[in-house]
Write a protein that binds this ligand. Sequence first.
Ligand code: GLP
Length: 261
Amino acid sequence: MEVIIAETPTDVGRIAAQIIASIVSAKPAAVLGFATGSSPSGIYSDLADIRQSGDLDLSNARGFALDEYVGIPTSHPASYAAVVQRDIAAPLGMRQGNITVPDGRRADHDKGCRDFEEAMSLAGGIDIQILGIGTNGHIGFNEPTSSLASRTRIKTLTVQTRTDNARFFAGADEVPTHCITQGLGTILEAKRLLLVAQGGQKARAIAAAGEGPVSSMWPASVLQLHPCATVIVDEDAARHLELADYYRHAFQNKPTQAVST
Ligand code: GLP
């Protein structure tokens, strides 16, 4: 795993956006995995800026979202279908038909989840999966004790996650109790993983994910099993990392050809 400690939260988004832009430049029909939440929002605004400058064309790129709430309509402003369209696809100039979000309104969720995974496979798999991290270490909505081999499925949200996400709703009681999320096994199949985190409230989860044992108690620790995972954090999110000085040294002295971590 490569850990990059950026000086500021803005730098986190900038460095991540450059990595994604270089992938799309090399492969215009790249398949991108989108996370929602506030952590990756700087990535999307930086990518939109690069696009505005004429250096990035995402019109042939495809995108798959990590997760979706169950039980709210896609017209709800906090539904990830709405967020992905409004905050990601539109500013990045992606075609609506090129974006797939898990469907939280299916009568048969198992079938819906299988269809979603099949669509990802048919697209050739995810070239780069963008990830945030919950304060409890979740990625997507894979709450603690999620199977490390899990696939896309319906999942019950923890009280912590519903409280954390209440800011997107009228109140904590309005946050759905369930979601559809790509599984940890699904996420591991992406060709590259890129996790971003900012702020001291993520520091414990980042230390557990990067330096703790691989454990379903901290789902993001599954990134340690991936051959090409990059974690970009700001100084506050890095503050419990034991090997922070090594990560800074490694980034400053990175071999130009290094792709595997
Ligand atoms: C939600 C999303 C996750 C995201 C997490 C952290 O639970 N399902 O994909 O990583 O929130 O959100 P934020 O970046 O807003 O802290």
